[in-house]
Design a protein around this ligand. Structure first.
Ligand code: DSN
Length: 453
């Protein structure tokens, strides 16, 4: 049933709102309008290879900018603490059903404000301060919320970290050894900078052996999981969390899900899904960002599509080709390749730091981020590594044939950096202009769908 009611032949209420919004912004706040315009132009005219980002469809942005921002309500569909939720309830139920279908989940909560919030909610729902948690070390590719001392996770709980073997792969033997020794209440798998398939089944076996809960944070690989390009943790982990803006091409936000364990009794009165329901609200959050709930629903419909399955395959294929091409040019690729959307290289072997490579590439309209590599002595603000990702290139329709050109442009920049020290460098204007020209050519040939005219 098409519920959209058009109030005249030309525009619906939401079209009027959107047009009015732009009109008011342009006239009343040109400072912000111009910055938004410049930011959109920057995105359109640069190659974004930030592995933790993607590009939301204009329909996702329409939901983000909708009147749902005006709704205050706490609780869940059918059990709200405020009136006026007739349509919001429908939207939230649709978002839940789409997430269930995408991930084969039995239980989904679509209200977390971010992936980090989702992890916080899981931890504060099942742990007591001081409980032991076991996660991947930040310097080996883990996430701040997986037990870093810089985050609540490492400050309120007792973090133990596992690392990688000598080839750069997760050291499952070490995970087992540490789990047996420290008996963590929670084991966390998932990563921010790890290029290989994660063996969720193995993690669950280890968790079961020591009586721990297992949390799979799939923020980076959620799109590949939906498309079946990476194994799905949903029935291995007790809790699966993800952010929605990385590989789900959605809004900033998070999801908490569970599979076959969703009805597992974990307190005297509550099963696992009930503990998470009350963990999100009222324990950790109030009113959800309802416009983002709608955007999540929209993005989940997209990632459930056949079209996205092709894009997912292309994301991985592009990354593999990129890894091979950059390795052919003598760069040191972590683990020798990739199984997902991500490639990490050690630039210190070329006498460079991650910080200066990131800056030099940005000057040439190629956007990447510096990243620590295992055993990195340079620290997170300088680093020895660079992390590349292919999500945003694939959505532009770039395929493996374009990856060689991207690698050549990156190599052109890196081989022309004159290093001053770890933070300073020089590069000639002629190289910057030449690379920028080529990047612009690629960006025009492969425009972001719906972002240009
Ligand atoms: N975790 C950060 C990253 O991977 O870049 C952003 O969420």
């Amino acid at each position: 049933m098409n519920r959209l009611t058009l109030y005249n032949n030309e525009a619906s209420f939401i079209e009027v709102l959107s047009n009015n919004g732009l009109h008011h912004l342009k006239n009343e706040d040109p400072e912000i309008y111009n910055l938004l315009e410049l930011e959109q132009q920057r995105q359109v005219n640069s190659l974004s290879m930030i592995a933790s980002s993607s590009i939301a469809d204009p329909s996702v942005l329409a939901c983000e900018g909708s009147a749902l921002t005006n709704v205050t309500t706490e609780g869940y569909p059918g059990r709200r603490f405020h009136a006026g939720c007739k349509y919001i309830d429908e939207i939230e139920k649709i978002a839940i059903e789409r997430a269930k279908s995408a991930f084969d989940a039995h239980y989904v909560n679509v209200q977390p404000h971010s992936g980090s919030s989702a992890n916080q909610i899981v931890m504060f729902s099942i742990l007591q301060p001081g409980d032991c948690i076991l996660g991947l070390d930040l310097a080996c590719g883990g996430h701040l919320t997986h037990g870093s001392k810089a985050s609540f996770s490492g400050q309120l709980f007792k973090p133990i970290t596992y690392g990688l073997d000598q080839n750069g792969f997760i050291n499952y033997e070490q995970v087992l050894e540490l789990a047996k020794k420290y008996k963590p209440r929670l084991i966390i798998c998932g990563a921010s900078a790890y290029t290989r398939t994660i063996n969720f089944k193995r993690f669950r076996e280890i968790a079961d052996e020591v009586g721990a809960f297992l949390l799979a944070d799939i923020s980076h690989i959620a799109g590949l999981v939906v498309s079946g390009v990476h194994p799905n943790p949903i029935n291995h982990a007790h809790f699966t969390t993800t952010s929605t803006y990385k590989q789900l091409f959605g809004p900033r936000g998070g999801l908490i899900m569970s599979g076959k364990d969703s009805e597992l009794q974990i307190t005297e009165s509550k099963n696992l899904s009930e503990v998470i329901q009350s963990g999100v609200f009222p324990k950790m959050q109030g009113t959800p960002t309802l416009n983002s709930v709608a955007s999540k629903a929209r993005a989940l419909a997209f990632v459930n599509s056949k079209e996205f399955q092709k894009i997912s395959k292309n994301i991985v294929n592009n990354a593999r080709v990129f890894a091979q091409e950059i390795s052919n040019l003598g760069y040191s690729v972590q683990t020798g390749g990739t199984d997902n959307h991500m490639i990490i290289i050690d630039v210190s072997k070329k006498g460079l730091s991650g910080k200066i490579v990131e800056s030099a590439l940005e000057e040439c309209s190629i956007i990447v981020n510096k990243n620590m590599i295992p055993g990195d002595k340079k620290g997170p603000l300088i680093t020895s590594g660079i992390r590349f990702g292919t999500n945003s290139l694939a959505i532009r329709g770039m395929d493996a044939t374009v990856m060689k050109a991207c690698v050549e442009l990156i190599d052109k920049v890196l081989t022309n950096i004159q290093v001053v020290d770890n933070e300073n460098y020089k590069i000639s204007d002629s190289i910057i202009n030449e690379v920028k020209r080529n990047v612009l050519y690629l960006c025009k040939k492969y425009p972001i769908p719906g972002y240009t005219f």
